[in-house]
Design a binder for this molecule. Structure first.
Ligand code: HEC
Ligand code: HEC
Ligand code: HEC
Ligand code: HEC
Ligand code: HEC
Length: 215
């Protein structure tokens, strides 16, 4: 388990000494939970090797997330599209654009574009896209208004307290499964009551026990 303490241990030097037993783990978790800066990684928006814009492709052209992120409803990890997905259009559109040069190169050489990962949980935290996107948690709830982003930026803290806030009150967040990829979704009046009915009927019970997210 030592890797659990590596990331924020410097904030808690004295407590990490006591971290050998489960009591230590809980003490650290307690301190971490209540005092960690809520917004550490919010706003992280690394420069990408291609100036790909969600604002253009999703916001203006209206492409659905799943045109590119094909496995978000079936797999744990969401995929970044292969170059061929871009070439479906860009072997016709803007064929000469310098901005698309790395895409054409990748298509010719077969070497993937090296996109820089924006959202990253530590290895000791378990997360699955499939379970969330099949239970009515919108992409927007966790990733923000992707359709308005020229460059993807992290919108939510992805911290443990953030995960647990929804796991304890899912009725405040769920939307119909058919609206999961919708951007700018407007919750209907009385949605909390509707969600409470759904949660009961479908036995939706997001876990709050440690072992669900930490093996
Ligand atoms: C035309 C293809 C395409 C479409 C459509 C698309 N994306 Fe993306 N997406 C990409 C590419 C390429 C990247 C990697 C480069 C980047 O981060 O901008 C990416 C990155 C992301 C990331 C950041 C991944 C990381 O590194 O953490 C998120 C989140 C994301 N997309 C969500 C969405 C959502 C939500 C939608 C629908 C509203 C969507 N995307 C539609 C191609 C697409
Ligand atoms: C469904 C068709 C379609 C797909 C798929 C698509 N694009 Fe585009 N892309 C467009 C259109 C249309 C434009 C705007 C062209 C214009 O402004 O005349 C564009 C513009 C661009 C531009 C700006 C080019 C310039 O010279 O300003 C970049 C960069 C780009 N796309 C990258 C990508 C990447 C990377 C992918 C794959 C992840 C991708 N596109 C997938 C249709 C698509
Ligand atoms: C409950 C919150 C949540 C929802 C809902 C969600 N995501 Fe994510 N997404 C995350 C987290 C957390 C990560 C980082 C995962 C990791 O590091 O293992 C992530 C990572 C990603 C990545 C980067 C994957 C990679 O390995 O580079 C993409 C792309 C992505 N999400 C797209 C989407 C799309 C599209 C949707 C909607 C269909 C969606 N996500 C819904 C929380 C969410
Ligand atoms: C906006 C709401 C929301 C957020 C945010 C959220 N979850 Fe969930 N989570 C759910 C719901 C709803 C379920 C499904 C529960 C069910 O079907 O019983 C779930 C289920 C899970 C499960 C159980 C998977 C299984 O196989 O049963 C795990 C693990 C999990 N979430 C981890 C996370 C982690 C880690 C984060 C933060 C990075 C997170 N969740 C953020 C709503 C959320
Ligand atoms: C819903 C999922 C979820 C549950 C349940 C959960 N955690 Fe976490 N936990 C996370 C995530 C995600 C992170 C990483 C957050 C980050 O990167 O900021 C984390 C981080 C941690 C850390 C590391 C803090 C650090 O210094 O980096 C500890 C310790 C921890 N959890 C202990 C626990 C304990 C003990 C429990 C049970 C009381 C628990 N967790 C329940 C999701 C969860």
């Amino acid at each position: 388990m030592p890797q659990i303490f590596s990331r924020k241990a410097n904030v808690l030097p004295s407590l990490s000494l006591a971290a050998s037993g489960i009591g230590g783990v809980l003490a650290i978790a307690f301190v971490w939970y209540y005092f960690s800066p809520e917004y550490t990684d919010v706003g992280y928006a690394p420069e990408q090797p291609v100036e790909y814009s969600h604002q253009l492709h999703v916001g203006e052209l209206g492409l659905d997330c799943q045109y590119c992120h094909t496995n978000v409803k079936s797999a744990e990890h969401a995929n970044i599209p292969a170059t061929q997905t871009c070439m479906n259009c860009h072997n016709q559109i803007r064929k000469e654009s310098l901005k698309l040069l790395p895409v054409r190169e990748s298509s010719v050489t077969g070497k993937s574009i090296e996109w820089i990962k924006v959202h990253k949980l530590p290895d000791f935290a378990q997360f699955s896209h499939a379970i969330h996107t099949n239970t009515g948690v919108g992409c927007e709830t966790c990733h923000g208004r992707i359709d308005e982003m020229e460059v993807v930026a992290q919108a939510e803290p992805l911290s443990m307290s953030w995960c647990l806030d929804c796991h304890r009150n899912p009725e405040q967040y769920l939307r119909p499964n058919s609206e999961v990829t919708t951007m700018g979704y407007e919750y209907p009046e009385g949605f909390i009551e509707l969600n409470m009915v759904r949660i009961k009927a479908e036995h939706i019970l997001p876990p709050t026990n440690c072992s669900a997210c930490h093996y």
